[in-house]
Write a protein of this length. Sequence first.
Length: 360
Amino acid sequence: MLNVRSLVLLGLYGSLLLACRPDREEDRPMAPVGSGPTPLDLHYPSWVVDTNNAIMLPADDPLTVEGVALGRRLFYEKALSDDYSMSCSSCHQQAFGFSDPQMFSLGTDGSIGRRNSMAIMNAAWDRFFFWDTRAPSLEMQALGPVVNPVEMRNSWPVVEARLAAHPEYPALFEQAFGTAEIDSMQVVRAIAQFERTLLSFNSRFDRYEYEGDLGALTAQEIRGRDLFFGEAHCNDCHTAPLFTDHTVLNIGLGPDPEDTGLEEITGIHADGGRFKTPTMRNIEMTAPYMHDGRFATLEEVIDFYGDDVDLTTPNLAEHMLPWMVGQIDLDPTERADLVAFLKSLTDQEFLSAPAFSDPN
């Protein structure tokens, strides 16, 4: 154990080290000896994890209290865009499940995107990101929008310089990563940490299905639940409890030569029309639907699956076999029941949680 004399000597030694630094870090307060970012554990129900749902927490970007707090500020930071008008939250709004209620998001110059902004929740379990899966991690996903010419229209050197000149960010980066030097990878690592904390597992369905609250769902919602997991075959792709199976599928929307999905990334024709399977959690709040936002309501989505799946679409997924063999036959009452059930997946606490809101 250190005695008082040892502590004094350590303090003097630390002061000498600061005095010798050439980059003026002496102007910033030194963290206590032996301190560092505080590890942060995600807390989620035990029923979330099974053999099909392994959580994806990268070893090179561990969750910390300081990293998440920094990432939250950066998620809402408009200095990331060229004209200080947009942040990540502009296209991923908490009240809409961290999605965009517009069919296509607008860039800082009014440019129109080509795909609907995907919702962000339970992303720590995702294997890939964007509709076409082009980003293998949340960190890589966050790199793109800043420099995208139809989104934030900025450059990373500009962003880094702005944050470095900010009166608070250098100290926040030092607390989170042990250095006040700011680069693009530290920015996206912090944002990714925050996004991994966006957990949504407190819907009425969860209380009914996993917590034994038999009064949490109405009779209509229970009928819709039975359809979802049964003859409607929704659960084939939107598998509980995450309500996605982490696949990239062609579901029979019909060919679109302007957007071929995964094929644009792989160059493989058999990948044409394949897009990421999104989660159904909070689906009531994440309209419009599909990669191109073609459906404005859940009723339209159910009608598509009931009537309009294009069975002649090239590369139609094997998951669509029930449609190919004519098993899907939904009457108006069943369709209404399905919509009612999907609305039971809304997590009101998640949509308004102060911990996820703009800290500024």
